[in-house]
Design a protein around this ligand. Structure first.
Ligand code: ADP
Ligand code: MG
Length: 247
């Protein structure tokens, strides 16, 4: 079996309940190495929960989630090590307000991975440059725009050298004029071959950067298709309905 034949992230018959609410229903999804998989769907359909389960921020009740073949849902899984391998960026940036951009990026590698101060700094400077922030390394979050803060958050996640990046509506809290700079950084990351699972309402991004679009509705995956096909000629009524509302 070649290494590329194992998906990076697999959801296999995943069910998740909050009390009586069945919010993920028999979800099967494979995210392949270097793939950009874009998850769309109405509010409340389970998109955030899907990502949160992948990072074990939420437990699942049945099924299995695997990272490169290793069950992350297993009771004996090393959660800290798994989380290092799964980078996550949220709608709210959650930067440490009293730390500079550079310190926000170096903190994880230094504390969790035990990387030396100099090495962490060097790598953080590279990462901040790669997200277009080489002139803001010493700024505090409060001195940065939302778009800049979100780019620091992306650099911070990348500093842990994850195998896959999860993005949950990372542009939803931004002023419209700042959305593009964050999507551009994500597009570059995709180009470099990062494996990405992206929840977004940005259909332009889904179309241009996505390798695959997954539509969720009421906790189920109702359609999976290549973007071109999904937007031009979706199979399901549910997808047509969704598209007619947003396009
Ligand atoms: P989406 O991200 O697609 O908007 P979510 O995954 O946030 O959807 O939510 C899916 C469903 O799960 C919704 O009905 C929501 O109300 C419910 N839900 C999400 N988080 C919790 C929670 N912590 N406790 C109870 N219900 C929750
Ligand atoms: Mg959500």
């Amino acid at each position: 079996m070649s290494p590329s034949s194992t998906p990076i992230l697999e959801f296999d018959g995943v069910n998740k309940y909050f009390g009586d609410a069945h919010v993920l229903r028999d979800v099967d999804l494979d995210v392949e190495d270097r793939e950009v998989c874009v998850v769309i769907g109405p509010s409340g359909s389970g998109k955030s929960t899907l990502l949160r389960c992948a990072n074990r921020l939420e437990a699942i009740q049945s099924g299995e989630i695997r990272l490169e073949g290793e069950a992350i849902s297993a009771p004996d899984a090393d959660i800290n090590r798994l989380r290092q391998r799964i980078g996550m960026v949220f709608q709210s940036f959650n930067l440490f307000p009293h730390k500079t951009a550079l310190e926000n990026v170096t903190l994880g590698p230094r504390k969790v991975k035990g990387i030396s101060k100099n090495d962490a700094r060097e790598r953080a400077e590279e990462l901040l440059a790669s997200v277009g922030l080489s002139d803001q390394t010493d700024s505090y979050p409060g001195q940065l725009s939302g778009g800049q803060q979100q780019r620091v958050a992306i650099a911070r996640a990348l500093a842990m050298e994850p195998d896959v990046m999860l993005f949950d509506e990372v542009t939803s809290a931004l002023d419209p004029e700042l959305v593009g700079e964050v999507l551009d950084v994500m597009g570059e990351l995709a180009e470099e071959g990062m494996t990405m699972l992206v929840v977004t309402h940005q259909m332009g991004f889904a179309r241009e950067v996505g390798d695959r679009v997954v539509l969720m509705s009421e906790g189920r995956i109702v359609e999976t298709a290549e973007p071109e096909r999904f937007f031009a000629d979706p199979d399901t009524d549910r997808a047509q309905q969704f598209l007619s509302k947003i396009l």
